[in-house]
Design a protein around this ligand. Sequence first.
Ligand SMILES: [Fe+2]
Ligand SMILES: [Fe+2]
Length: 313
Amino acid sequence: MTATDEFTVMVGRLNKLSVERHFDAYADIDWDDPKFALDITDPRLELRALDPLRHTDWYAAQPPDVRAAVGCHRWAAYMKTGWHFENLLQRGLLRHTFALPNGAPEFRYLHHEIIEESQHTLMFQEFVNRSGLPVRGMPWGWRKLAEWFVVPLSRVFPALFFLFVLGGEDPVDHMQRRVLREADPEDLHPLVERIMRIHTTEEARHLSFARHYLHRRVPELGFVRRHALALIAPVVLGIMTRIMVWPTGDLIPHGGVPRQVVRRANWSPAGRQLLKDSVSKTRKLFGELGLITPASRTLWKAVGLWDKESKGK
Ligand SMILES: [Fe+2]
Ligand SMILES: [Fe+2]
């Protein structure tokens, strides 16, 4: 089977799964069910164990209602940042499909993905609205830079665009899977759990497509683009992982968490490890693609995403 045939088979499998198992933000979540009611003092909203901020003396010293409110801020900020990313992703995918020829195997799948991201955006914003919290999501400057420079990449350098896709989706998927795996069901808010179960199910397909796309396209790249991708990847991931995993800008002004506390938690050994772990699958992919070169490895280390344990695998 040629690489093109394998890619077509993979896309066909993802198309089939997208039809068999997909969710609607309003038909599949009963927002008015009393068990999903969002009260920001609910102890089930407290920060999760994987969050470095949870293990600070400052957090431990707060009364339960403040701990829950900080946790709810964290979820709301995370969901708003999530849909900002998804909005940019959808625009990039729409531009990409706009130029595809008749019969392109990825056309149908990319539209399944765009539709799913729209449903995710609806459920994330509904959560934010119901929390009543004034979260801003992705920092304004990064939003503008992404609109101007990242979205057009989906046409001019699609492999680089799909690196950005992985830079947003992989850290979010890593954190959501860990929360679902490590949580005691009694101890996690049912609305958060429902949203995360829907999201991880559909994101598994999006991540699978992005990885297969890069496996298919990177070997066709010329010398310059290949080396550019190897060097740009750690820089992009270093920025994106921090945006997706450390919601600093929302917790300090509105969540009432002192700047020093957030900074110390983010740069603690647990905070640094969380960054490394949240890109472990993308790092492994780049190793498989031969895109971790001696020069790029230095950059992976400089941005704090190189893990000695995994040796880049
Ligand atoms: Fe999504
Ligand atoms: Fe996605």
